[in-house]
Design a protein around this ligand. Structure first.
Ligand code: HEM
Length: 305
């Protein structure tokens, strides 16, 4: 702290505002007038933030982990090179994930420079989920024909569609969640991070919708899990169990946040479980389609033979 200049807050706020001006000008040129305007209309970017060593370290570690992820995703592209001959989609998925990871890093820097501008946090989260889905799909495609590939199963009427509904609803719920989070940040900073128990009453309609929507999500997921259990695939049974466990844990974490004064430890738990839930549901979509497709192939081969 003593190594910082006395007017460090003004200096860093000015640097952030300068970066945001460039961003807003670029967005204007690309035709995104609304977003460009929002950046300046929103109060968050002008907030002069106190230096906080713990948060600085967290952000620094986040950047290091981000860089490490970039290295791993680049490794994935290298390992996907042999698929150029076998299944080009695997290579393109890996390559696109690598490019998007770069975009994600850049977006992350904007999340910081705009001081957590709501739209930036939401886009950052949405892109993270897209990258997760692309990588999971690339891994699944690369395993096709491997010894431990999934066992073929008969198609169950409507289940493919319901699995997609579950993933998409979770995506929507996560986007809503980031908006609740943004409101919590505003309410908390207005209350100077005191009186945590009183924050929840000040949250608006998005929070109430998020809370109620989780009941819809629970019902859809219980239904999907029940139908996955009726298949003969052990892998789909495991994924169904994971989905039920994750959504249960997620709702408990949400309840703890809301009714036990936002304990700090529950925030990352709520976020992590949401991402894992999305991942497990997406894996179930991919595995189910794979298993039913295999079954159709087996049936066609039998008829031809
Ligand atoms: C399947 C159900 C749910 C999903 C997928 C979900 C997802 C999320 C996500 C991704 C966030 C953003 C977290 C962040 O950016 O740090 C969030 C925030 C939040 N959610 Fe949920 N949520 C669910 C259920 C619930 C329930 C049932 C409640 C309350 C009873 C709840 C209350 C909250 C609150 C209060 C926040 C703001 C948390 C904070 O300040 O860190 N959520 N949710």
């Amino acid at each position: 702290m003593s190594q910082l200049p006395a007017n460090y807050k003004e200096i860093y706020t000015a640097q952030r505002v300068e970066k945001n001006k460039k961003l807003a000008a670029r967005l204007e040129r690309m035709g995104f007038h609304q977003v460009a305007g929002d950046i300046f209309a929103h109060p968050t970017q002008y907030i002069e933030t106190d230096f906080n060593p713990v948060k600085t370290w967290i952000e620094y570690v986040n950047r290091l982990v981000g860089a490490l992820i970039g290295v791993f995703v680049f490794g994935t592209v290298l390992f996907a090179l042999p698929y150029w001959q076998r299944d080009r989609t695997v290579f393109w998925l890996a390559f696109a994930s690598f490019l998007l990871t770069g975009v994600q890093g850049w977006l992350g820097s904007l999340v910081v420079s705009t001081n957590l501008l709501p739209i930036m946090v939401t886009i950052h989260m949405g892109l993270a989920l897209l990258i997760v889905a692309m990588l999971l799909y690339a891994v699944d495609r690369s395993q096709r024909g491997a010894v431990a590939d999934i066992e073929p199963i008969r198609e169950i009427s409507g289940l493919g569609g319901w699995l997609w509904v579950a993933v998409l609803l979770t995506f929507v719920q996560i986007v809503l969640g980031t908006q609740v989070r943004e409101q919590v940040d505003l309410v908390a900073s207005a209350a100077q991070y005191l009186n945590r128990g009183g924050w929840v009453e000040q949250l608006g309609g998005v929070f109430k919708f998020h809370r109620t929507f989780s009941a819809v999500l629970l019902l859809v997921n219980l239904y999907v899990a029940y139908r996955l259990y009726t298949t003969s695939s052990a892998r789909l049974h495991r994924l169904a169990t994971a989905i039920v466990g994750l959504i249960g844990g997620e709702i408990i974490a949400g309840i703890i946040l809301t009714y036990f004064s936002f304990p700090a430890a529950a925030q990352p738990v709520h976020l992590t479980l949401a991402t894992l839930l999305f991942g497990a549901q997406f894996l179930a979509v991919v595995a189910y389609h794979r298993a039913t497709k295999l079954r159709r192939q087996v049936a066609t081969t039998a008829v031809v033979a």
